[in-house]
Design a protein around this ligand. Sequence first.
Ligand code: ADP
Ligand code: MG
Length: 613
Amino acid sequence: MSTTTPQKFEFQAEIKQLLDIVIHSLYTEKEIFVRELVSNASDALEKLRHTQLTEKEIFDDQLDLEINVTTDDKAKTITIQDFGIGMTRTELVENLGTIAHSGSKAFLKALGEGAQKNANLIGQFGVGFYSAFMVAKSVKVYTRSWRTGEVGQVWESDGSGNYSVEESDGQRRGAKIVIELKDDCGDYSQDWKIKEILERYSAFVSFPINLNGKRINTVQALWLRTKNEIKEEEYTEFYKFQAHAFDEPRLRLHFSADAPLAINALLFVPKENTEKLGLSRLEPSVSLYCRKVLIDAKPKDILPEWLRFMKGVVDSEDLPLNISRETMQDKALIEKLNKVITKRFLKFLDEEAKNRADGYAEFYKEFGVFLKEGAALDFTHKDQLVKLLRFESSLTEKGKTTSLTDYVSRMGSDQKEIYYLIGPNRASLEAGPYLEGFKARNLEVLFCYEAVDEYVMHNVREFDGKKLTAADHADVKLSDQPKPEGALSEADTQTLTNWLKETLGERVPEVKASDRLVDSPVLALNADKFMSPQMRRMMKAMNKEGGDNPLRVNLEINPRHAVIKRLFETHTAAPERAKLVAEQLLDNALISAGLLEDPTAMVARLNKLLESV
Ligand code: ADP
Ligand code: MG
């Protein structure tokens, strides 16, 4: 019996948008609302169990931690009740009236980013509580907080723009969600229908679920069971349940350890890297348990940052239930846990790479960027991580990759360094002038296409005692090659390089004969040791300091190339024209290096040169 009149509220704009889509979507798997509500009930019970550890005064403290689902096929309703923490009036408004849920946020963001009002998106994200409105004419949430000083409340909405909240007497602790089903969703008030859904989705809820008074699930912690007794589908369903995921896991690692800590872990790599899709940065979400009791659903420190894409569960009986990041002792425990799990997972990836190379390559395509992040930033695991990196190279086929270990095994006895080139794609690296000298000497060059690669290479520095060296770096010294017939003599070359230096002035601090050019007349090398062309482009794009310094490059010329030989003749015979050619050669080199900033001067110059043809 209520003593107040219902107070009306309007949903936050985002929620309205969300509801509009949910209600009008033709999404076929409407039954996921059962999973969402049961999962909320389970969350609320976990929270209660946790609250019990620290709080003495809890309302209705004797209630069992369980979930009761009831259906009424005459009234066409389904009710999901839990004895969890419940909600106060403020919490009701906050949690169900505004967008707090990260899944729904991601969903809206994806919609905002141009995805059509695609019903399938609901399937990919899950919209939590609001999924109830796919099947509901109206939803009532009766709730009573665990806090002793509170009163019961009922929240009600038909999913249009508003909801109301009103005091409600006689509520037990927790939440009771009553759904009045839409006419075409009457099936969800059938016992058999819900039984089937619950059996499929809710086998892993760690609290008893009763349907119309009958127990549905045997409470079990999958991660504590013996591996060979677990079916593939059980793993998949567990992943979906635990990670709130809708995809199938890509990789799975289920292991236990006794020393230095007793651990049971069940870890998953999802199918897709959602950060790559432009969604927000992932939050660590491997849950921490102690003997089946949830300690923290999203603990920050049990895995390194770069493993934030992992899902699953870590259970350690060596942890205190009320573990705190503040005490030194607990901090040390968490660190230990982190080390053990990370090491084990890296070993697992290494085995995957060896035994299932194709699967690993697929994994790497999605998640390799995280391994790179780790290799660059996580000093503790750097060595193992670098071994897991993969790159295309001048010796691989397009689309195929090599590891650094394999690269090193192919190195000749006199090769001391590992070479790499950074560029937008294979074609541009192969067409550029930088590769020629390496090709001619049979030196393999790794190809790096991703923005982070340069940073990674800089931080990693070396592998197996060999320096990682940019093939377009000015310091690279290649072995002498027999001089082909008809090259400019050394004296003539010297004359020409002096003339070029004088003609091109400050933009070119150094000009010299190249030992790495074969088919191209010139190439530009980075004169600025601290800023590669790639970095420069990035700084410019980000409008950062340094991107605007006058560009300076060292030039290498190919004394065997017809253009250079011709230029040597012209530079005395027709100095005006030679000057145009010199400037054009510089621009050509800049284009190849991806450094030409303003091509307008070039057009005028080319026109002039064409006049003399
Ligand atoms: P999520 O579960 O991902 O947070 P939901 O949309 O499913 O998002 O739920 C929104 C919020 O409503 C929850 O975070 C929780 O605070 C609250 N809530 C939902 N169901 C319950 C419940 N049965 N008991 C207590 N609080 C609940
Ligand atoms: Mg939820």
